[in-house]
Structures are given as structure tokens and as C-alpha cells.
Design a protein around this ligand. Structure first.
Ligand SMILES: *Cc1c(COP(=O)(O)O)cnc(C)c1O
Length: 357
């Protein structure tokens, strides 16, 4: 018996198809495809008709190109390994005017997507003038130059509904896109929308060629008022009851008084999963499911946890931490941590990994 990380391939595939609908999607596969496994995820996306991918690491971009040489692979973080980009035909962000001035001679033949800075302020060009400066300089001499293929931005507030920042950044960005269009500039690819923006809008923004979607493709809702069945979770995380112990009122359990029994004859199940497997401390404030019943986690240790149970639970029973009922996104909305945070914490070196076909 070992704790197991399990993905149902059919649910995964059906979810992709539902999210994609008839829109063009660039699948975000950063951080080992949100821990779903880069190769698995890329093959599933290809099967669903997705032909564009993006990630933050050059190594991952190369891996994707090796799986599917004809797909567009877009590197969202700039690198100076220009030879590798040329060798594999990887597209890259052009992150700032400074980067352009510094490396314009070395960027020849590389497909770049000009990045517009937004309220996230993580990267990007500051203004329309900065962007036009590069576009104009570029049009003077086409020899030995980079290829300007795309225009993109990343919204910092699309997941927020309580404030107006998303409307502001969306408005600024659409102004940039429209001004460039009106002045005759054309781009093969324009993309900005993450999962939240894609679902909020219900379609691609004007003049966009792709939405750049991550978490929804992996089965978690980006915000809470999106209906539950718009997105399906294929991931099950489960462990096992290895013992059931009885403790009495006032007895401390776990390290450093982690839990103190409130009543006599409290039954505690010892479960073979812990923070070393990637269970977040914040997740351990909530419940698990054993034999279809819900029980509270009482203490979290490195490779174990205590769950308070009753007479219906015995050693050998399966303990569900995440499944289609105990969804990652629901815990996100309860404040456990971002969807991607819960997913990427899971330790695939210690958990048994299974893809059900
Ligand atoms: C992670 C990421 C995305 C995808 O965001 P989701 O909310 O997972 O859809 C899109 N663009 C950039 C730049 C990212 O870093």
C-alpha cells in the first residue's frame, strides 16, 4: 500500500475538448505541465487538436519540440541561449526594449513575440511607442534580423472579481492591439488570455489568434462562480489507513502537541501520506473521504497524517485527499492555496504515479 497520484486519461481528454470548444488554444505546459507530466500532457493536447504550447523553461520547450517538431512552442521567459532557439525553432518573448537593444544582433532568425507589460509589471514593453520603435527599426532592414511573429501580454488580475484592475489592463492592452492594427502592423499570433480571462470573456479577445490557457486544461476552475461542470478534475490523490488507534481526552498526538484529543475513545486513523508527499499544511485544516464518508484531518506529519474517524473505518481502507468530490479548485476557493500551488506541491518522487487509460 502506497499513496497514489492517479489521472484518468479519459476524463483528462474530455476536459481538454470541453475547454477548447471551437477556439484556438496555446496550452501552457510549464512546471512539468502543472505536475501532470510534460510528455503525457503534450500528447493529450495534440490528440485534442492543440498545436501551440508555451512554457517558462528552455529545457521544457526543447522537450516539447522533440515530441512535436511542427508545433509552435513559445518560451515565455527570455533566454540568451540563442543557438538552441534557432536549432529547435522555438519562439521566444521579446521582454523589453533593453533586451532588444542589447541582443538585436544575436537574435537573427529567431521568432519573437513582443511582450506588453501590464499591471503585473513582471516583464514587457512599457508603451506603444516602445513597441513601435522596435517594429519600425525592424522594418528598415530585413536581413539578419529576428522575426517578429507575435504580440502578447499576461493579465495579472483576470482571476480577481472584487476590483476593476482586470478591466483596466484589458482596456489598455486592447488599445495597444487596435492601435497597431490601425497603423498597419500585422502579427501572426496575438495572445493574452489565461484560463480566467478566457472563461470570463467566453471567447478570444478581438484580433487574438490564441488563448494561452493552463489550469482549466488540467481540470481546475480559475474562479469560484464558474459552474462546476464547466471543468472536470481527472486527478485522484489517495492514501491508506495503516492503523486505527484509540486515544483519550487530553492525550497529545503527533509532534509537539499537534492534536489533543477532546474526548475519551477518540479514534484516530494513521494515514500513509504527509507533507513530504506534498500535502500542504493549509490543506490539512480540512477533510478527507474514507468509504464515501467525510472525516477531519487532525495532524500532518512528514509521511503520515492523523484523521479522526469512527467505527466505520478500518486499517486498509482507502483515504481520498483529492477526487471529483474533494476538488482542488474547491480548496483553492477555501483559501488552501492556488490550484497550481496545490498541484505542484505534490511530490511525484514519493507518490506512486498512475495514468488510467
Ligand atoms: C501560467 C501562465 C499562464 C496560464 O495561466 P492559467 O491561469 O493557468 O491559465 C498564461 N500565461 C502566462 C505568462 C503564465 O505564466
Amino acid at each position: 500500500m502506497v499513496a497514489t497520484w492517479q489521472v484518468d486519461t479519459t476524463i483528462f481528454q474530455n476536459n481538454i475538448r470541453q475547454v477548447v470548444g471551437n477556439q484556438k488554444i496555446m496550452a501552457v505546459v510549464k512546471n512539468n505541465a502543472y505536475n501532470y507530466g510534460l510528455e503525457f500532457a503534450v500528447r493529450q493536447f495534440l490528440e485534442a487538436g492543440i498545436e501551440a504550447f508555451s512554457t517558462t523553461s528552455l529545457d521544457e520547450a526543447i522537450k516539447v519540440k522533440r515530441i512535436t517538431p511542427n508545433a509552435v512552442v513559445f518560451l515565455m521567459n527570455a533566454t540568451t541561449h540563442f543557438e538552441k532557439l534557432r536549432q529547435y525553432g522555438i519562439h521566444m518573448t521579446l521582454p523589453s526594449l533593453l533586451f532588444y537593444h542589447r541582443y538585436s544582433d544575436e537574435l537573427y532568425d529567431i521568432h519573437v513575440h513582443i511582450e506588453y507589460e501590464n499591471l503585473l509589471h513582471r516583464s514587457g514593453f512599457k508603451s506603444l511607442d516602445e513597441i513601435k520603435h522596435v517594429l519600425n527599426e525592424h522594418s528598415d532592414n530585413q536581413n539578419s534580423k529576428m522575426k517578429i511573429t507575435g504580440l502578447w501580454t499576461h493579465f495579472g488580475y483576470a482571476d480577481e472579481f472584487e476590483c476593476s484592475e482586470y478591466e483596466t489592463e484589458r482596456y489598455d492592452w486592447l488599445n495597444i492591439v487596435e492601435s497597431l492594427y490601425e497603423e498597419g502592423y500585422r502579427f501572426e499570433m496575438i495572445h493574452s488570455q489565461n484560463s480566467a480571462s478566457y472563461f470570463r470573456e467566453g471567447h478570444l479577445l478581438e484580433r487574438h489568434t490564441h488563448a494561452r490557457v493552463g489550469i482549466a486544461l488540467y481540470g481546475s476552475r480559475p474562479y469560484s462562480n464558474l459552474e462546476r461542470d464547466a471543468i472536470s478534475q481527472s486527478l485522484v490523490l489517495k492514501a491508506n489507513v495503516i492503523q486505527v488507534r484509540t486515544v483519550h481526552k487530553g492525550e497529545h498526538c503527533g509532534y509537539s502537541f499537534a492534536y489533543t484529543a477532546v474526548q475519551n475513545n477518540t479514534k484516530l486513523a494513521v494515514v500513509d501520506i504527509g507533507y513530504g508527499d506534498g500535502i500542504l499544511r493549509s490543506r490539512s485544516k480540512h477533510e478527507v473521504m474514507i468509504n464515501e464518508r467525510i472525516y477531519p484531518i487532525r495532524a500532518l506529519m512528514m509521511s503520515h497524517m492523523f484523521v479522526e474517524v469512527d467505527e466505520y473505518v478500518s486499517p486498509g481502507d482507502e483515504v481520498i485527499i483529492y477526487n471529483e468530490t474533494l476538488r482542488i479548485d474547491d480548496y483553492t476557493f477555501k483559501g488552501v492555496g492556488a490550484n497550481s500551488e496545490q498541484l505542484s506541491a505534490l511530490n511525484l518522487d514519493s507518490l506512486k504515479k498512475e495514468y488510467l487509460s
